[in-house]
Design a binder for this molecule. Sequence first.
Ligand SMILES: C[S@@+](CC[C@H](N)C(=O)[O-])C[C@H]1O[C@@H](n2cnc3c(N)ncnc32)[C@H](O)[C@@H]1O
Length: 279
Amino acid sequence: MTLAEVLRGATDYLAGRGIDTARVDAELLLARALGLTRIELYTLHDRPLTEPERAAARALVQRRGRREPLAYVLGDWDFRKLTLKTDARALVPRPETEVVVERCLALLVDVDAPRVVDVGTGSGAIALALKHERPDADVTATDSSADALALARENAEANGLDVRLLAGDLLAGLDGTFDLVVSNPPYVDAAELAGLQPELSFEPRAALVDEGQTARLAADARAVLDGWLVLEVHENRAAVVAEELSSFGYSAISIRLDLAGRERAVEAQWAATRASSGP
Ligand SMILES: C[S@@+](CC[C@H](N)C(=O)[O-])C[C@H]1O[C@@H](n2cnc3c(N)ncnc32)[C@H](O)[C@@H]1O
């Protein structure tokens, strides 16, 4: 069979398993299995595949056909300007989280050597992207999952980025004051999970299911903040979270949209002076 025939077969197979992005997934998986670029899949379209090549491609395509996330099957994923290792130890970094990083960078633009903490770092995506794009930042990343922190450490080392990794609940164990607390906390309702796409069942439940972390973090962050809190939120909960931040005494609260126009981030300011002089 030629490359073009295998690509067509893989696309049909993935489409038959309900994958909307069957063609692009098949291209990425084939290219990875064969050590080719996506362009080469087309320039070499009539090249016959050897049996070992077909077996390698089949193994990846079958995993994807079982609805394992593409990022886990490929084993890495691009997030902003970084390529991160991705596997079942942590959530796959999402495009909407890139917008959260964008907001953090904008809020820190006038702050020299900002102190930053990324709470629930997972693969390390937010913390590492911030350190990469603001090398003068002092970045700490926390997670309650030892598996996630191990993956974040591997990603930090692979990308040569120096971030402090801390195991624990939310902000536990942190010292001093931060210019930015950022988090993409778990925010899926447990009841909602079963109705969502099958790929989510491969990701850690602790990374997905909302157990009140957002409200707890918003309350606790006031003790360590002199600057901005940026939270990724469920698209239907931005207004509720904004209301909560207001009730906690935060100021300059605003809701931010992702690239698809959904309300996916809430940001707010907390000035340490207010904590000592306020009611
Ligand atoms: C939605 S994932 C976000 C991962 C990564 N920041 C990203 O955006 O791709 C949430 C992360 O928070 C961690 N987590 C959940 N509850 C936590 C808690 N109480 N304290 C610290 N981390 C927590 C999970 O282990 C998971 O890695």
